[in-house]
Design a protein around this ligand. Structure first.
Ligand code: G3I
Length: 389
């Protein structure tokens, strides 16, 4: 099923209902009828005005989706690049979820089920059941699958984490895993995040178990092993922070330049894009994108979510937040559009509904970071995406 990214015909997208009933009807805020008999005394008028003012205040927009938004185009119809979704296999069985997935997206990333702590958890044995389920779903719908992630310090198989053998034997287990994962899925997985988050927040090598046991060249080794297993699979480095931390960006660029000088295959970079409606400045994101374009690397906005409650001080989603998010999505997609077409690997959202987002548990605050609300209703953020194209 693998084909070159640029010439794949867009998968058949189910015909969008061009005039869909909005997925919700805005609540009708009916003002109570008021008997407007001419006031006889001065005192009643101020009371009436106060009453009207009170009613008007109570009519504050409580439903930020009160602006009726009926999408004209799906994300994948609007975009000339793949539009992806991070998913979990149990969600694929939910009819409303899969209906939207099939309509809006043409690329999938496993949010956690293709990581080593899931696929290789038993001492040496593999469990690809969730991976196979996701691949079958994607295959039936001509949806691309991006593999995430062969190596991540937060998802090491427990038996490998506790491995007491020599460093050489440890490295051999890593090589065996990488090559098994890449070879087994050569026909179904277009690309892999080979290593995720190898740099720490200061832009130096993260002191992970991989660094401790394999040394600073471990990332290069992993890319070489993956390329040996399948020379046609696209190999990515994936991380956060390069879009706001120049030290981290420069460290990653130095690594990539070293790979290129050594003839080590690397095809693209995943900029995770866990951002907020007001941060980081678009110029910092542009700086990272420009550096990758200079190096002719595929660019994946790989884990997009857009916090609208970054300070954790909001307890409900307002229309202003919805519009701020819409404008931020538009800004990000505009920037992505400026990337040369042959380097546009795609934009992947890290979850479908606001309530599916990892952010809620991670920060412990309410937030509404994605394109759909808890009831699968289209948010203005979706409008921001399609109207940027
Ligand atoms: O669904 C199972 C549930 O059945 C089980 O009872 C429960 C008990 O462990 O686990 C549930 O799975 C959890 C899964 O999220 C779904 O909620 C896993 O334990 C948990 O580890 C997993 O966390 C994921 C995390 O990566 C670790 O793999 C998050 O969903 C996912 O959003 C997060 O994604 C990472 C990227 O891979 C890399 N960039 C940062 C990003 C956020 O941390």
């Amino acid at each position: 099923m693998k084909d070159s990214l640029r010439d794949r015909s867009k998968p058949r997208s189910r015909q969008m209902n061009r005039n869909p009933q909005p997925l919700f009807q805005p609540k009708q805020h009916d003002l109570p009828s008021i008997n407007l008999q001419p006031m006889k005394t001065q005192i009643q008028l101020p009371i009436l005005l106060l009453l009207l003012l009170q009613i008007a205040c109570k009519q504050e927009v409580t439903d930020p989706l009160s602006t009726t938004y009926s999408p004209e185009r799906s994300l994948k119809e609007a975009a000339d690049f793949p539009v992806g979704l991070a998913t979990q296999t149990w969600m694929l069985d939910m009819p409303q979820y899969s209906e939207i997935l099939d309509t809006e997206f043409n690329s999938l990333t496993a949010e956690y089920e293709m990581k080593q702590n899931i696929t290789h958890a038993g001492d040496g044995s593999y469990d690809w059941s969730a991976t196979d389920q996701l691949l079958a779903y994607a295959r039936d719908r001509d949806i691309r699958v991006h593999g995430h992630a062969l190596l991540w310090h937060q998802a090491i198989a427990p038996w490998l984490e506790q491995f007491q053998g020599t460093d050489e034997a440890f490295a051999d287990h890593v090589r065996t895993y990488i090559q098994e994962a890449v070879r087994r899925h050569a026909d179904d997985v277009t690309s892999w995040d080979v290593v995720n988050e190898a740099f720490d927040d200061k832009g130096i090598w993260r002191n992970s178990l991989f660094l401790q046991r394999m040394g600073e060249d471990y990332v290069a080794q992993c890319f070489q092993w993956a390329n040996e297993a399948d020379s046609s699979v696209l190999l990515f480095y994936n991380d956060y922070g390069m879009i706001w931390d120049e030290d981290k960006l420069n460290a990653m660029l130095a690594m990539i330049d070293d790979f290129r000088n050594r003839g080590i295959a690397i095809h693209g970079v995943g900029l995770q894009m866990h951002i907020a409606y007001n941060w980081p400045n678009i110029s910092h994101i542009q700086r990272a994108v420009d550096a990758l374009v200079e190096r002719d690397l595929l660019i994946h906005f790989s884990e997009v979510d857009i916090r609208v409650n970054p300070n954790g001080n909001r307890d409900h989603f307002t229309e202003k937040m919805a519009i701020d998010q819409q404008q931020r999505v538009e800004e990000i997609v505009h920037l992505y559009q400026s990337i040369p077409a042959h380097l546009q690997f795609g934009i992947t959202f890290w979850g479908l509904r606001d309530t599916d987002s990892w952010l809620l548990g991670f920060w412990g605050n309410p937030d509404w970071p994605l394109l759909f609300d808890e009831q699968y209703r289209y948010k203005l953020a979706h409008k921001g995406f399609v109207e940027a194209l």
